[in-house]
Design a protein around this ligand. Structure first.
Ligand code: E4P
Length: 218
């Protein structure tokens, strides 16, 4: 399973890239705003900066909601860098835009997916990735992981090539569940990924090794 870092924060992206654990980055307009990136030129430059740090796909989201606007923005974003994947919301105009951009060889990430039906329409339009939002479903007392399971099964059943990019991943257990269910990618901040390293037997085992070494050599 691939890990994408879900942030527009350059320091976090550099830290994760240096650790060698990430395969790409996802952003959205809220994450860009959180970093104070404003103005079209600055936003486009920020995407290029991210691409120059990571080896892998970088999702850049359109802000238009009409077909013409989305394809114009999508083509501009895709021309910035070969690693850019255009992120499009799963609305009617978005599905049309995904179909169009796919026909032009531009890769897409269909975002804000909350049902199996939305994932199917995105896949039929040719999306490279679909992004079901796990944490936001959990927030309203729905089982976000159940949606990942259903989409993975559905794509396997119909032989659809679209990758399941589990988004809105908030904790390490979410990641463990994604691995179990066979999600293609999980996107989240660095913290839950580092949580995978935690085990008390690793800590106690390492302490004993070092204590035993130091008894003779210390
Ligand atoms: C996905 O691509 C989104 O950027 C993101 O995962 C949303 O996560 P949130 O629900 O924690 O904001």
């Amino acid at each position: 399973m691939k890990f994408f870092l879900d942030t527009a924060n350059i320091d976090q992206i550099k830290e994760a890239q240096d650790l060698g654990v990430i395969d790409g980055v996802t952003t959205n307009p809220s994450l860009m705003a959180k970093e104070g990136i404003k103005g079209t030129e600055n936003i486009l430059k920020h995407y290029v900066d991210i691409c120059n740090i990571v080896d892998g796909d970088v999702s850049a989201e359109v802000i238009s909601t009409d077909f013409e606007g989305m394809i114009e923005e999508g083509e501009k974003l895709a021309s910035l860098h070969a690693q850019i994947v255009v992120k499009i919301p799963v609305i009617k105009e978005g599905i049309k835009a995904i179909k169009y951009l796919t026909s032009k060889g531009i890769r897409t990430n269909c975002t804000l997916v909350f049902t199996v039906g939305q994932a199917l329409l995105a896949a039929k339009a040719g999306a490279t990735y679909v992004s079901p939002f796990v944490g936001r479903l959990d927030d309203i007392s729905h089982d976000g992981m159940e949606l990942i399971a259903q989409i993975v099964d559905m794509f396997n059943y119909y032989g659809l090539k679209t990758q399941v990019l589990a988004a809105s991943i908030r904790n390490t257990m979410h990641i463990n569940k994604c691995i179990e269910l066979g999600a293609d990618v999980a996107t989240c901040p660095l913290e839950p990924i580092l949580g995978l390293l935690n085990h008390p037997l690793t800590d106690s085992g390492l302490k004993k090794f070092l204590d035993d070494y130091n008894k003779l050599n210390g």
